[in-house]
Design a protein around this ligand. Structure first.
Ligand code: CP
Ligand code: NVA
Length: 317
């Protein structure tokens, strides 16, 4: 049966671990895998702009021996020119996998239900699973020295704490699921009214019972960052919320990653951002460019991890 990747909630800890193991190999030895998806084609249906997701999927597919087709917002005009399920059924006759970047998450669910091929969520208003997987992979790499006895990258996350400071958005939701599934602790600090989805927090806490991950939601950024090994942020207004930025700049002003906020973070703290960053808003220039910032390693890892996702989902016939 085909498998989709719509939310990290649907993945088991073992599946994440296997994905990371494969991504390590893909990153170390590019040429070994250059034919594994030969003859396969990936469609990218995007209703929002993208740099990292589009380029890393297209280049990744090419490096695995396959092809990709990018379909811009105006091309498919999802749900307007044609119903989501009709797009899914038609495209499935041509390609071997679909990456969908959309607004409402229900489009991902409808696409996956109707498509005969795997559907990967390349960002919806609800979640950004590929991002969070690459983020945890990056954290595992950066903190590998803490648990040298284990070869498993995922197991290196246990006991670390990530502080997410900012909007309780799609990226935050996915990080909550990802932390819960891998045993990493997570503290989320958002302004009042911008907390992550209540059901996500509930589901993540349920999953955390299995792994020992500790999940904390607060409105105090300083307390979230206290002792954190990783400090993560994202834009204050996501794609589709651009008109709210004036209001949000006032509400989120104390939720900026800056030198003062990091005073009580753990020694060797790393700074993460899914990008694109709005320098001077959610993160200062100084912090983005500091030696603690790993934002471009994080961006690079999108490709290695997504290649693993593509092999896992598309190489099954
Ligand atoms: N982080 C991320 O998904 O970037 P893009 O929006 O540029 O794809
Ligand atoms: N939360 C952001 C993430 C961009 C990668 C957005 O949805 O626009």
């Amino acid at each position: 049966m085909k498998k989709d990747l719509l939310s990290i909630k649907d993945l088991t800890t073992k599946e994440i671990e296997e994905m990371f193991d494969l991504a390590v190999k893909l990153k170390r030895n590019k040429s070994k895998f250059n034919k594994v998806l030969a003859g396969k084609t990936l469609a990218l249906i995007f209703q929002k702009p993208s740099n990292r997701t589009r380029v890393s999927f297209e280049v990744g597919m090419y490096q695995l021996g396959g092809n990709s087709i990018y379909l811009s917002p105006g091309e498919i005009n999802l749900g307007v020119r044609e119903a989501v399920k009709d797009v899914a059924k038609t495209i499935s006759r041509y390609v071997d996998g679909i990456v969908l970047r959309t607004f409402e998450h229900k489009n991902c669910l409808e696409m996956a239900a109707a498509a005969g091929v795997p559907v990967i969520n390349g960002l919806s208003d609800f979640s950004h699973p590929c991002q969070a997987l690459a983020d945890l992979f990056t954290i595992g790499e950066k903190f590998a020295r803490l648990n040298p006895a284990s070869h498993k990258l995922g197991s290196k996350l246990k006991g670390l704490t990530l502080a997410y400071v900012g909007d309780g958005n799609n990226v935050c939701n996915s990080l909550l699921f990802a932390a819960a599934k891998t045993g990493m602790n997570i503290a989320v600090a958002t302004p009042d009214g911008y907390a992550p989805d209540g059901q996500v927090v509930k589901d993540a806490k349920e999953a955390a019972k299995e792994t020992g991950s500790q999940i904390r939601i607060t409105q105090d950024p300083l307390s979230a960052v206290n002792g954190a090994n990783v400090v993560y942020t994202d834009v204050w207004a996501s794609m589709g919320q651009e008109e709210e930025i004036g209001k949000r700049k006032i509400i989120f002003k104390d939720f900026q990653i800056n030198a003062r906020l990091l005073t009580n973070a753990a020694t060797g703290v790393i700074l993460m951002h899914c990008l694109p960053a709005h320098r001077g808003e959610e993160i200062t220039d100084e912090m983005m460019d500091s030696k603690n910032s790993v934002v471009f390693d994080q961006a690079e890892n999108r490709m290695h991890v997504q290649k693993a996702i593509l092999i896992k989902l598309l190489s099954k016939d």
